[in-house]
Design a protein around this ligand. Structure first.
Ligand code: HEC
Ligand code: HEC
Ligand code: HEC
Ligand code: HEC
Length: 409
């Protein structure tokens, strides 16, 4: 066992190096193929997306997790956290006519969005869904006693004196920062708990968030971003990869696989709760392997989680045959032709050498949708709406070579 570790680490090192090369390769390759074929999320920055959300005027109408305009639905956590990117694209697609009407009424300029910008906006909106609701301070107070925090900590002077007064410590003003501080101090806290014969607490569901609400009594909105690219760096720098794989492989590392196979909870703070709950076992494994307990600074933990959650973005796929039917069920064929080969009304969508992705579909919506909408009204047909399950099939159809199905009908 002890001899095996360095070898494992070396193998991992090689894998990590390969992954870094691949990753940075993907980032610098500007070829159209990479841009349009690969899902955007590894390279799209949610942080830039959050800036675009302001710059492009989305925030004039929409809020995200309570911050922003009130003229249109909140696009943050009120949406199902486990929803996929196609769900987001489809929501945008289906609501587009109302959105355009609203833009006309509000005299908001129609935003021009490039492929990269749409990718960033989607990455932002996707990550924003994992932010926490404001916690329940009353419940937090009960938990503070029930979990034994009160034996060591006070809140506004009420409670124990072994640890700091939690209302007063600085720099923990969001549930994420709070989670990170607890992690950073978990080793010392654990030692103190052993002294007073307290078991290390478990953090289920919303407990961490509610504890935070009680201790801090603030409802500062959580910055719902996170930089997955930096998160990947943290993952490597803090040796998470020595014990956790993120690939779909059976690699015998000591910690559970943190890749797509792990079902992650809806919010980042809950995920932090999971990490904290396992802190003693992880700490033991770290000691055995001579790895220092990671200390996080700045937004490290949020970035790390943004990275781990970004592994769950999957580009929808499906059947080109079903997609062809969807294309006519939804009425796209009325303008684009039966096989999407184009007609007098609308351009060809297939066989143009461009790979469609959920991002390019959304980009097309912003770029061409308002004209599509006008044409559909002129034809007396309703706006062609899509359902979430359509996207993968539709993309597969649009990406299929023209020869295989043209002339079939
Ligand atoms: C002038 C106001 C306005 C602006 C600006 C605006 N929207 Fe909208 N948006 C709306 C309205 C209205 C709806 C439709 C609500 C409905 O159908 O009930 C909507 C719907 C949506 C939906 C679907 C939400 C759902 O119901 O699930 C998404 C996603 C969306 N907008 C994204 C954006 C993005 C991204 C931007 C900026 C590039 C933007 N919107 C700019 C008004 C606006
Ligand atoms: C046995 C005593 C003990 C218990 C029980 C305990 N803590 Fe602590 N806690 C400490 C000590 C001591 C520190 C400071 C550790 C250090 O200096 O690294 C600390 C640090 C912290 C910090 C970081 C403060 C900072 O400076 O950023 C947070 C947050 C925290 N504890 C929350 C909690 C919560 C929530 C609970 C209950 C689930 C809890 N603690 C239970 C002793 C305890
Ligand atoms: C020395 C090995 C080691 C290192 C380094 C390590 N972990 Fe772990 N981790 C473990 C082990 C072992 C468990 C399982 C603990 C248990 O069984 O309770 C675990 C559990 C977890 C869990 C809970 C997963 C679940 O399914 O419940 C998360 C999340 C996690 N680790 C994240 C991280 C992150 C993020 C890092 C880097 C900052 C990290 N770990 C570093 C060994 C490690
Ligand atoms: C009423 C006619 C009409 C219908 C129905 C229609 N479209 Fe379009 N579509 C157009 C027109 C016209 C354009 C070109 C608009 C422009 O040039 O600005 C277009 C452009 C597009 C583009 C962008 C093409 C490019 O050049 O990048 C895509 C993608 C697209 N449509 C997909 C669809 C899908 C998917 C459906 C069905 C859900 C659909 N369209 C239904 C008329 C229509």
């Amino acid at each position: 066992m002890r001899l095996e570790v360095p070898r494992r680490l070396m193998i991992w090192g090689a894998i990590a190096l390969g992954a870094v090369l691949l990753f940075s390769g993907a980032l610098v390759t500007q070829s159209r193929r990479v841009r349009t074929r690969s899902p955007m999320f590894l390279s799209a920055s949610p942080i830039q997306g959050s800036q675009l959300f302001q710059v492009k005027g989305c925030s004039r109408c929409h809020s995200v997790n309570g911050t922003g305009g009130k003229l249109a639905p909140d696009l943050g956590r009120s949406q199902a956290a486990e929803a996929s990117v196609s769900q987001l694209v489809v929501a945008m697609w289906n609501h587009a006519p109302q959105m355009w009407e609203r833009m006309r009424v509000e005299k908001v300029e129609y935003p021009a969005l490039s492929y990269e910008e749409v990718a960033q906006l989607l990455a932002y909106l996707y990550i924003a869904r994992h932010a926490d609701e404001p916690g329940d301070a009353v419940r937090g107070k009960q938990l503070f006693a029930a979990k034994g925090c009160i034996r060591c900590h006070s809140v506004h002077g009420q409670g124990g004196r072994i640890g700091p007064d939690l209302a007063e410590v600085s720099g923990v003003d969001t549930p994420m920062a709070w989670t990170q501080a607890m992690w950073n101090h978990s080793d010392a806290m654990q030692a103190r708990m052993r002294e007073v014969k307290l078991d290390w607490p478990q953090f289920d569901n919303y407990e961490l968030r509610d504890l935070f609400a009680y201790a801090r009594q603030v409802s500062k909105p959580q910055i719902a971003a996170g930089d997955p690219q930096h998160g990947w760096k943290v993952f490597q720098k803090q040796s998470c990869n020595a014990c956790h794989s993120i690939k779909d492989e059976d690699d015998q590392r000591v910690g559970p696989n943190l890749g797509r196979s792990l079902k992650v909870p809806p919010t980042f703070t809950q995920f932090g709760g999971l990490m904290l709950t396992h802190a003693p076992q992880m700490g033991r494994a770290m000691k055995e392997h001579g790895i220092e307990r990671p200390q996080f600074a700045g937004e490290d933990m949020a970035d790390l989680f943004a990275f781990l959650y970004s592994l769950r973005y999957v580009e929808p796929s499906g059947s080109p045959h079903v997609g062809e039917s969807v294309f006519s069920w939804r009425g796209c064929n009325r303008c684009h032709g039966e096989s999407a080969q184009g007609s007098v009304r609308a351009p060809a969508l297939r066989g143009r050498g461009t790979g469609y992705t959920s991002v390019s579909l959304a980009t097309a919506l912003w770029a061409h949708g308002s004209r599509m909408y006008r044409e559909s009204r002129a034809l007396g047909m309703g706006w062609p709406t899509l359902s979430e399950g359509d996207v993968g099939d539709l993309l597969a159809f649009l990406n299929s070579p023209v020869q295989t199905s043209s002339g079939k009908k």
